[in-house]
Design a protein around this ligand. Structure first.
Ligand SMILES: [Zn+2]
Length: 427
């Protein structure tokens, strides 16, 4: 499946999407209303060219739907007896949207995640330290199921234990693979150094990092790889679409998607029409097989560039080059310049005199998009601070096209988190 020819992938997608659309039309009032409004009639879809005419669904529509049709909205299309798990979106922006998984969905998610883990090199006999959050957040569970499917030993440490405990497991249980957020991987590396544990003494050889931006950023990847002496790979997921449904392969050549399960589009945020291959656009996802709460052209808000070229690893499914490049919600518009916190991260993490932690603090009027004041908050590590603010401002100006204020705090001032680090603070 992973190396199928393009025409075979396309044909499979048309067949599966037609089946899914018929099912949505028949079983979901929420989708039927939208499909009818777009002029769609059951059986209409005969080529992927028709997808652009189908309705797009946004997170706020899903949220409104769950409020007006509680508890889960009319986009639940599986029978109640088929439902197995509820997972909310993380709620980083507004009220969470609840996603449901049927037994068949749990199985498909485990399979898709097992594929991602296989492609960055996990094999039977590996030991995985799974420091993704378990419970309501989706990634811990899906990675856990995938480990079982791959036949590897998993240490389900999650995020409920101290970093000291995680390090104890790294030392005593010899995991070979680490799963966590990228900022937490850096924090573990900092703690190892602090405790005088040499990373080369550990059995770790690889890690895959997601839940927040970072691993796709060369400076962040370099910090993780040198701090833990491992190969670091990028993970991507969305609660509504799939917890861990895209990752890099061993070639580190962008995020691989599974097109037999998910139709991936890249659209212009203004016109909502497809952008050309390699052009920047917003990722939009359609579930081809999801049973309980299928998404039809779900607007992710995440920017990426897609390529359909066969990867060096031999896989043919579409890839996001350089990972996900930013969230539409996180775009900062300041003095005419537009930038993402990930660009600040790139600069901050290239300064070895600074700790890897940072915040972008912005002030704006309620409801307004324009930012009045923007401050990048960083921490100095033990090295010299001589002229650091001037050099940092210079590098930020080069990357962002505008000079924010800079505040350099003492090391350890900014909060460390094993969950999702909030880089943007809006006042
Ligand atoms: Zn590849």
């Amino acid at each position: 499946m992973e190396t199928a020819a393009r025409e075979d992938i396309d044909a499979l997608q048309v067949t599966r999407l037609r089946g899914q659309l018929d099912r949505l039309f028949e079983k979901s009032e929420f989708y039927r209303e939208r499909l009818e409004a777009s002029g769609y009639e059951p059986g209409d879809l005969s080529s992927l060219d028709h997808v652009a005419a189908l309705p797009i669904v946004t997170k706020s529509e899903l949220r409104d739907e769950q409020m007006t049709h509680p508890p889960f909205g009319r986009f639940v299309v599986a029978d109640a007896s088929q439902l197995r798990e509820l997972h909310p979106s993380s709620g980083t922006t507004g009220a969470p949207v609840n996603t449901l998984w049927s037994a068949q969905d749990v199985d498909a998610i485990a399979e898709m995640t097992a594929r991602t883990m296989w492609q960055f090199g996990v094999r039977p006999g590996d030991v995985v330290l799974n420091a993704f959050a378990y419970g309501l957040w989706v990634a811990g569970m899906s990675a856990h199921y995938a480990c079982s499917r791959l036949g590897v030993l998993v240490i389900p440490s999650g995020t409920g234990v101290s970093t000291g405990k995680q390090i104890d497991y790294l030392v005593t249980a010899s995991p070979t693979v680490l799963l966590s957020t990228p900022s937490y991987a850096i924090h573990i590396a900092e703690e190892l150094a602090h405790r005088g544990v040499a990373p080369e003494k550990l059995a770790l050889r690889a890690g895959c990092f997601g839940g927040e931006a970072g691993t796709e950023n060369p400076a962040t990847r370099a910090r993780i790889e040198s701090g833990l002496r491992i190969d670091a790979f990028d993970y991507y997921g969305l609660a509504e679409v799939g917890p861990t449904f895209a990752s890099e392969c061993e070639a580190k050549a962008g995020l691989h998607f599974a097109e037999d399960e998910i139709l991936v589009e890249c659209l212009d945020p203004g016109t909502r029409q497809p952008v050309g291959e390699g052009e920047l656009g917003v990722l939009v996802f359609t579930h081809l097989n999801r049973e309980a709460t299928p998404m039809l052209r779900y607007w992710s808000n995440d920017y990426a560039r897609l390529t359909y070229e066969r990867c060096a690893c031999g896989r043919t499914h579409v890839r996001a080059l350089g990972g996900v490049l930013g969230r539409q919600d996180d775009l900062v518009i300041y003095k005419g310049a537009k930038f993402y916190p990930s660009q600040v991260e790139k600069v901050v993490r290239s300064f070895l005199e600074l700790s890897p932690e940072f915040r972008v603090e912005i002030e704006r009027e309620p409801g307004a998009q324009l930012v009045r004041q923007c401050t990048v908050v960083v921490e100095w590590s033990e090295a010299s601070r001589e002229g650091l603010d001037v050099r940092l401002k210079g590098s930020l100006r080069e990357e962002l096209g505008v000079t924010p204020s800079v505040r350099i705090e003492a090391a350890g001032t900014l909060e460390r988190t094993s969950f999702k680090a909030a880089r943007l603070v809006v006042r």
